[in-house]
Design a protein around this ligand. Structure first.
Ligand SMILES: Nc1ncnc2c1ncn2[C@@H]1O[C@H](COP(=O)(O)OP(=O)(O)OP(=O)(O)O)[C@@H](O)[C@H]1O
Ligand SMILES: [Mg+2]
Length: 349
């Protein structure tokens, strides 16, 4: 595939070539006389080294987007390029090759073969591709199972694994043939919060050890934003918002005050632990009082997505705190000032 890619791409020196490039992608499903426009002009470029999260309500087109990206669905209009190669016109064999070589998929339903062991499941895509010898395959299987923390489950069949273990096994399978991009549909939907954390760690480590690969995760779970370079919000088949990574947002927030008033960032100040303690004690009831999204007034909100998203700063001896609210209905992120209290009075109590 590499040769085809080079010939179909006009590469300027220093230009970054996206691994994935979707432009103007439309997908319409027809059922009897009803038409559903699942994607309405999606543009998306994913570059090597990027970890992108797509979030959106149920039915907004997330799975359809992934299916169009990897050739499982053919768009009605628009272009889908993988490493510069247009895939919308590929025949089934071409799509199959693409899926074997360039794209790893982590399915929500795991897609494991019940009769094979964990090792057998991970080895299968390598056997199908046929590029590695038996001993090379074995070594790679062991390495991948170790990376996802399943080395002690190597001879277990899927039915004997927990939900989180099955999901990690399906991640190892997705990475089996060393693809350029891995796409994951709701990878934490069917697992508990501890397993979800493990899965995030596996993804983060994958990106750290494969800087030229890319990862695209579709999810309802706002926690996954933590590991993303940026998050795209999709609604009714269109991207409606791009949210930069939390770290970047944190910096913007601090810069937005841009004055001498806000002189101490409590979370980075280690000298005054007593002040921090007072603020932590004060934090909880105020956070608890926030119940609705300020945009759409829905109660379906997640507060304090991450500890980094609570900011407390001192101004004129008053503490101003802000917290982040993620709304699961409208997918908006809001920063709300939750309290302003006099520090000296608080210390005296
Ligand atoms: N094969 C299909 N035939 C008809 N309509 C479909 C088909 N697949 C998806 N749709 C419709 O397209 C829209 C987008 O569906 P899609 O599965 O992409 O949503 P989603 O964002 O992945 O939702 P969820 O979060 O529930 O998985 C929905 O209205 C869905 O009913
Ligand atoms: Mg879906």
């Amino acid at each position: 595939m590499a040769d085809e890619v080079l010939s179909s791409t006009t590469k300027l020196e220093g230009e970054r070539i996206p691994i994935v490039e979707l432009s103007g992608v439309y997908k319409i499903f027809k059922q009897k006389k009803i038409e559903v426009m699942a994607l309405r002009g999606i543009d998306l470029k994913i570059y090597p080294g990027e970890l992108i999260v797509i979030m959106g309500p149920s039915g907004s087109g997330k799975t359809t987007l992934l299916n169009c990206l990897c050739g499982i669905e053919r768009p009605n209009a628009g272009s889908v390029k993988i490493k510069g190669m247009e895939i919308t016109k590929l025949r089934d064999e071409g799509i199959q090759k693409l899926l074997q070589e360039e794209i790893g998929i982590v399915f929500q339903s795991f897609n494991l073969i019940p009769s094979l062991t964990a090792a057998g499941n991970v080895e299968l895509p390598m056997i199908v591709l046929g590029k590695l010898s038996k001993s090379e395959r074995r070594a790679r299987v062991e390495d991948l199972l170790k990376k996802v923390g399943l080395e002690h489950r190597i001879h277990h069949r899927p039915s004997t694994l927990s939900g989180g273990e099955k999901q990690r096994l399906s991640i190892a399978m997705a990475f089996a043939n060393d693809p350029s991009i891995v796409i994951a549909d709701e990878p934490t939907a069917n697992v508990d919060s501890v397993s979800a954390e493990n899965i995030m760690t596996v993804f983060k480590e994958f990106m750290a050890s494969n800087p030229n690969k890319a990862l695209l995760i579709v999810t309802h779970d706002p926690a996954l934003r933590k590991i993303a370079d940026y998050t795209l919000v999709i609604r009714d088949g269109q991207f409606v918002r791009r949210i930069e990574s939390m770290q970047k947002e944190g910096k913007n927030y601090n810069q937005s005050f841009n004055g001498d008033d806000f002189i101490i960032d409590i979370h980075s100040s280690r000298t005054d632990t007593k002040t921090s303690q007072i603020i932590q004690q004060k934090n909880y009831p105020y956070l608890k009082d926030i119940e609705i999204c300020p945009h759409c007034h829905s109660r379906n909100i997640v507060k304090k997505l991450d500890v980094d998203e609570v900011f407390a700063q001192i101004c004129d001896n008053k503490v101003i705190e802000r917290t982040a609210i993620f709304c699961k209905e409208c997918n908006e992120i809001s920063y709300i000032t939750i309290t302003a209290f006099d520090l000296e009075k608080a210390k005296l109590k």
